[in-house]
Structures are given as C-alpha cells and as structure tokens.
Design a protein around this ligand. Structure first.
Ligand code: PRX
Length: 649
C-alpha cells in the first residue's frame, strides 16, 4: 500500500451499522453477542472450539481438543473424520438430498446443477476410479483443471479416500506445474483438455504433457473433456475421465481418517524463490471453513451463495467447496472472467440465479467500477443481502461503490482478512453484529487472538503501525510446510516467541479495529494473487541475457500492485524493447501470466548495502516515482541512485 493510500485510510471515519432487519435474523445478532462469544473463546479456547466441532460429523470423538507443541499443533486428537462425508453424506438423510449443492455456470453460458445426491454419486465414482488406479490413503494427487464441477468432484473424491490433493491454479505455466508436482511427489495428475478463458482456450493438457517430461513420480493422468480441443493421449499413461467414470461403482464408503490427516497441500509464494507447500489437516481445517462460512457469510439454507474465486487458490478451497458444502449450502461456481463477454457478466449471473451472498476480490471490484455503473444498473440485483471481499485491502472508495451501486446501501459488507496459511477467515466483521468501517477488516473472529506488535514483539499503541500477529493456535492453521518443517518454523514462528507472524503490516484503531496495510516482506499482492518477488527474480535470471534482477511492487489503481523489474544485463547483451518483451514472455513461461512484469527497467547496477544486499526499499521508491528517499547511509554506492533516476527519463 502506498503512503497516499495509508493516509486516505487513516482519514476514513465512516461507520456502517448493519440494519435492524439484517441483525434480527442473523446468526450472530449483536455486538453484545459477538463480545460474549469472543470472551468465552478467549477464556477457554478448547471448550469453545470443541463445542463448535460437535456440529461436524465424527466417526470417533476426539480425546483431546488441542495438543500444542509450538509451532506444531494437533487438533481434535484421536478423532476420526472425513471431509467428503461432512460435505456430502451427512446431508443425504435430510431434506437437502435433492437440494442444489453446486450451480455451475460455464464461460460460454452453459450451466449445470448438481444436487447433493448427484455430487455424492459422482464423488463416490471418482473415489473408486482413484482406487482402481492404485491411489491410496496418503498419496498425493495433483489437480490442474478449469473451474468445472469435475474439479470439485476430484477434490472431494480424494478427500473421501484420504488421498491428499494439491491443486495448481490453471493460470500457472508448465514450469510452475512441474515444480509443484515434483515437490508434492504426486502419483496422479487430474486435468482437462483445456479451459475457457475470455473466449480463448487455455491448453491445460499440453502444459501437463510438457511438465510431465521431467516428473518421474507421476504414473497416470486423468483427462476430463471440457473444450473438446484435440489432445495427445499418451498410451498407458493418459486416461479419459468419462471412460473411467462409466465403469466405476457409485458405492464408496468414506474412509475414517485421523483428524490430523493431511487433506490438501496448496503452494503459495513466500520470500524465497521456492513456493511453499502449505499443509492443511482434515478436522481442524474443516471446522475453520465450516464455522466461518456459517457465521461470516451468515449462511442459511435458503441462500444462494457465490464466491467468485478460482478453486486453484485457498479462497476457492474454503469458500466454494469445503465451507459451504459442509453447511449444506448452495454454492455457485463460475468458470469465466468477470468482464467476458461484457463487463456485466457477474451482475448477469447474480440476476440469473438470484444470488443472495456474493464474495469477490477488491481488484475485480475496481476493474468493474472502471467499466461504468451502467453495467450493474442493467440488472436486478435485489436478491443480494450480503457482500464480501478478500485478498487485499479494499480502498474506501471501492468499498463505498460496492456498498452503494451493488448493495444498494442495504447489504452489509464483510472485508475478510486471512491467508493460505490460516485456512479460514480470521479477521472480519460478523455481518449482523459488527459495524463496518470501509477499508478495515474490523475485529478478530471469536477464538482468534490477533494483535499488532513492534519489532520487539510488544503491542503498539492504537493507530500505530506494526506487524500483525496471532497469539494463540487455531484449528484451521497450517500444520507445516510440506517436507520442510524447519522452514515452517523459521518463516512463521521465530520472529516472536509464541506468536504466528503473518507477514502483514497493520494498525489497530482505538475501537480495536484492524486495518491491514499489506505485506511487509518480499511478497507482493498483484490483482489479489500473491507472488514472491524472489520467484520472479529467479525466473528473470534464468534468462541467458540477464545478470541480476530485482523485482518490486508499485501501487496500481487497478491491480493493487504492479510488478516492476530492475534488470542488469550481461555485458554482451544489449538493451532493446524486443528484449524487454522477451523477458516478459520468459517470466510467463516460467511462472504464468499472472507474474508478467508490468515494467522492465534496465539498469547498470542495483543499489546494494555494503554487505551486498539489494535495497529494495529504494527500488520501491524509484518504481513509484517517489521523490523522497529514506535513509541511504547503508548504500554502498550512492551514485547508483542518480543513475537509476536518469534511466527513468
Ligand atoms: O496481505 C494479506 C492479503 O493477502 C495475503 C494472503 O494471501 P493469500 O495467501 O494468497 O490468500 C488470499 C486469500 C485469503 C495476506 O497476507 N489479504 C488477504 N485478505 C485481506 C488482505 N489484506 C487486507 N485485507 C484483506 N481482507
């Protein structure tokens, strides 16, 4: 976040209370009720979480709620549970049997509805397919698919037999896919012929073929047909989804899994070049996704709920699949982009399915504001009763637009702060209880002890900036980094003793409201997607013409952050616009289009400290065209700054 944004957020004084009508029928109805819950949870967290966990279906009850050996937690120790069972089977003996579980809309406008019964049948069949291919409890399955119902079926099919899924966002390149498959040592890849994206076809199967040239761990590939584009099927390795499913039985009892059994691995960017495999458990994760869906989205049986995220990110895991389905809700799933074929696609879908609860990202909101109010005004949005945002701080102007033009000043907005690592929402308004302030994620969910601390780990005064930390374990916390518990410890638990370090900067106001300012480490948030600057740097230096590269974020009205790369070339390489384009393409190939630099600046040298560390702070200022540059006393060669500025002209 730029200083300008922080200033504007600091000046933000408006408070929006939920209407009496909303509060009256909300799950949590008042600030008093929230405070009571918060205090009860703070006083006896194990009793609080244990009480809520009883709302899930357990095969065997747990013996102990929490076993905490910092930083390793075990929740609901001894309990046996299955996430797929909780999302499906437990609804089948109720009236929800024929309720829509997933309403799916494809990019070209095709649609499908799967009831809980339908979804259960497909999932059971897919579990049997997995078993027939030799996939067992504990094996890893990589999923690289478009946003089609088969993606949810594949996830729940894995969960049912205890195979750990690792979903790789369809926008990642074959290189990124390969790295993730190798790290997870996946035995099987589930993919599709392709996916639709803004009228074009994403060649998913081709990317898989490319990646699999160097992944000896993969034995089989299941290919689902979506675009009907021709693909090469490797004999003995590649199998058609429909053929396998046609032969599979629809009877497959859910495996009784240990509460701590790893449900999934999801890779996310960190401060090094290597993405982290965030490991989530079954029981604790499911409880987090379930209870936050219920209280934050105020989910009721009659709601049609829509989260626009891609399931390739954690938001889709927790708030399209596991959370809503564990609640027996109707979850809308959309394959396409918000602006295709026109900028009213989202509003059209809300109107078509009479969506009641809508959850999206500030970057989407900002781009839709830019398209003009005529687009939402063309549609009947009166079904909406609650709105949500996630992924980055929302600027108050965008918040007000969302509130006025989309919510017609009727709908509360929940600005939900959380991370891949936290599994579920941690700081958020409870919409019937907590008044919103535009730009603030407001207060911690009951059971979450959050604070803002200084470099020494001491709480800072109200309105002072500091580091956002969580002071007590919570059920949906990540358990470790896959195969790297040391990195897990170092990354999150060594900055301050007894506290989880989020990597975010924040302040707390005098009402205790949290205002998250953005990352304080070398991670940037581009259009709601998290990227490590080091990852992009390693991609750049893998190009034969590049000697050194440093990547920083620059505030951007639309994407939140734009990517600026400072690149020094090898002596024999000459600067050119063609080379800039080539480097951009190179990053796309190495990581994916989401990491494409917005700006590449060639420079002779990079500003370094005497110990050789690149001073990104200075590069950030230069990238943002800031005139004032802070302390430069540790800079080895001050003349570099002038040169960098000259290059700007
Ligand atoms: O910087 C915070 C920002 O997104 C980061 C987490 O990114 P990721 O793991 O990809 O998960 C995104 C979806 C949960 C956080 O460290 N962030 C997320 N939500 C908010 C936010 N920043 C401000 N306000 C939010 N509501």
């Amino acid at each position: 976040m730029s200083t300008v944004d922080i200033e504007s957020v600091l000046k933000e004084k408006r408070v929006f209370k939920p209407s009496l009508e909303f509060s009256k029928s909300a799950r949590i109805k008042s600030m008093k009720e929230y405070k009571t819950l918060y205090q009860q949870a703070a006083k006896n967290p194990e009793k609080f979480w244990g009480g809520l966990a009883k709302e899930l279906d357990w095969f065997t009850p747990w013996k102990k709620v929490l076993q905490w050996k910092e930083p390793f937690a075990k929740w609901f120790v001894g309990g046996k549970i299955n996430a797929s069972y909780n999302c499906l089977d437990r609804h089948l003996n109720t009236w929800r049997k024929n309720k829509a579980a997933i309403i799916w809309e494809g990019e070209p406008g095709d649609s499908r509805t799967l009831t809980y019964q339908d979804l259960h049948r497909e999932v059971c069949k897919f579990s049997n397919v997995l078993k027939s291919l030799g996939i067992k409890k504990g094996d890893r399955v990589a999923i690289y698919m478009p946003m089609i119902p088969e993606l949810a079926i594949a996830m729940l099919g894995c969960a049912r037999i205890g195979a750990t899924h690792s979903i790789i966002f369809g926008g990642f390149s074959s290189e990124a896919l390969k790295d993730r498959i190798l790290d997870a040592e996946a035995k099987l890849v589930v993919t599709a012929d392709g996916g639709f994206r803004k009228g074009a076809i994403v060649p998913l199967k081709e990317n898989v073929d490319q990646a699999l040239k160097s992944t000896p761990c993969v034995e089989k590939v299941i290919v689902c047909q979506r675009t009907k584009s021709p693909v090469q099927m490797v004999a003995g390795r590649d199998l058609h989804w429909t053929e396998l499913m046609a032969k599979a039985s629809d009877v497959c009892p859910a495996e009784k899994l240990d509460s701590e059994h790893p449900l999934f691995i999801l890779y996310t960017s960190g401060t090094t070049g290597k993405p982290k495999g965030v490991v989530h458990s079954t029981g604790g994760y499911l409880l987090g996704a379930y209870i936050t869906s219920k209280w934050v989205f105020d989910l009721k049986d009659e709601d049609t709920y829509w989260c626009t995220a891609d399931i390739g990110w954690v938001t889709g895991h927790s708030y399209i699949v596991y959370g809503p389905l564990a609640n027996g809700a109707t979850s809308v799933m959309f394959e396409g982009a918000p602006t295709y074929p026109q900028p009213d696609r989202l509003w059209e879908i809300i109107d078509k399915y009479k969506v009641n609860i809508f959850y999206t990202a500030p970057t989407a909101i900002r781009s839709l504001i830019k398209s003009g109010d005529e687009w939402p005004l063309k549609h009947d949005l009166s079904s909406l009763r609650l709105l949500g945002t996630v992924g980055e701080p929302i600027n108050p102007e965008a918040w007000i637009w969302y509130h006025t033009v989309i919510g017609k000043k009727r709908c509360p907005i929940v600005d939900t702060w959380w991370q891949t690592e936290t599994g579920a929402i941690l700081i958020t308004p409870l919409p019937g209880a907590i008044p919103a302030k535009p730009g603030s994620a407001t207060l911690p969910f009951p059971g979450i002890i959050a604070d803002v601390v200084d470099k020494e780990g001491k709480p800072v005064k109200p309105d002072q900036g500091g580091y956002l930390v969580i002071k007590k374990p919570w059920p949906s916390m990540m358990r470790t980094i896959y195969k790297d518990p040391e990195r897990f410890k170092k990354q999150y638990w060594t900055q301050y003793q007894g506290m989880y370090f989020t990597g975010d900067g924040a302040r707390k106001d005098k009402d205790g409201y949290f205002w998250v300012m953005g990352r304080v480490d070398d991670v940037i948030n581009v259009a709601g997607h998290r990227l490590g600057t080091m990852e992009i740097e390693s991609a750049l230096v893998s190009h034969p013409g590049v000697a050194e590269a440093s990547v920083v974020g620059r505030p951007d009205d639309l994407k939140g952050t734009a990517i600026v790369a400072f690149v020094t070339l090898k002596t024999k390489t000459s600067r050119s616009d063609e080379l800039k384009n080539e480097l951009r393409q190179h990053v796309v190939k190495e990581i994916g289009a989401l990491a494409r630099p917005d700006e590449i600046r060639f420079t002779e040298n990079l500003p370094k400290t005497r110990s050789g560390k690149i001073m990104r702070r200075l590069l950030r200022d230069i990238a943002a065209h800031h005139q004032t540059i802070g302390d430069t006393s540790t800079l080895e060669d001050i003349s570099i700054l002038a040169k960098l500025r000259e290059d700007e002209e």
